[in-house]
Design a binder for this molecule. Sequence first.
Ligand code: IPM
Ligand code: MG
Length: 400
Amino acid sequence: MATTTTPEVKPAETTKKAPISLTASAIAKVKETMAQQNPVPTGLRVGVVDKITPKQTSNGTAYAKLDLKLETEEALVGGAAYEAHGHPLPEATLKLAKDADAVLFGAVGDWKYDKLERALRPEQAILGLRKNLQLFANLRPAICYEQLTHASSLKPELVAGLDILIIRELTGGVYFGEPRGIWDMNDGTRRAVDTQVYTTGEVQRIARVAFDLARLRSNKVASAEKSNVMHTGVLWRQEVTKLHEAEYRDVELTHILADNCAMQLMRRPKQFDVIVTDNLFGDVLSDEAAQATGSLGMLPSASLGKKNERSGNQPGLYEPVHGTAPDIAGQGLANPIACILSLAMCLRYSFGRVDDAKLIERAVEAVLNEGLRTGDIMQPGKKQVGTREMGDAIIAALDG
Ligand code: IPM
Ligand code: MG
């Protein structure tokens, strides 16, 4: 990635939760069961899923148990890659990710890298992968698990049953717009510039993803922008409206200003189903929605690219919504569920293995119903467990 286009990234205080090595150890366990002797994506690595060989049950359609063969290859990204190779996204890692059918991503970020020049900071790994794989559509579900309503900072009745899908445009907007930089003004002052830019094509393709997915859910899309202030917001609203009128009249569309959207997410989150928005607003609103669920350690995400018309392949990268948690790294405390559910999302979107995705999701629910909790979602009367125990329990539920 050219250093001139490296976006400003948020400091590490926004990165929290799972120490990835531990998260990975749990998913490793799941994969042991699923894939037997295959290698496992671990640590700050890109785990690459090349091929899946299904083993069907006698009726030939459903999968009674998870029985997958995943061919995986691993590569370092982020801080670990910087330590080993001097760059957060080494060429070899990028190539592996490009050649793969899907990428499982841990998380990046550690305060200890804050002093590095921006191009070498861990966050550049994920930004570089998004840009290079052209992963323009970021799907961030915000689901409040029935068993976890207490963990939200909102009242239980506001969040019980909450199931929102935020669709964030991921390769455009102010994250990548040019010009960008900080300039000395030769008078002792400096000037910083970031550029928010969208083209009609970029807006249309993300709006299309939102409308298509809404049709599989409650047929409702809220499109969030700042058309009262920003030209990109005006263009965004016009293009979404145009596409809606031309092709998606059956879907209920509302336009909402992004600041109001943030407020409404706190006030009455269940009014939303699919929210589509730009890169920066999506970054903020998806964190807000995730926190509203109280289930941040539980939430997976998918970043999808354009389908290759010839091969039918669609690049996909799957990662927990949460970041790293340098403060608790190595202690066995992290919640591995978002990571495990990211694999479920991978099976659903990259491999069309919806039944297998559901098996993993049900195993997670079963373990929650048994009363097991990691520290982040603990409540009185439940059993607090560490990362490994939680992973083992999910495997047992998959087997059961
Ligand atoms: C996210 C993160 C990233 C972003 C950082 C790590 C660059 O906050 O995926 O939401 O700002 O997009
Ligand atoms: Mg973010």
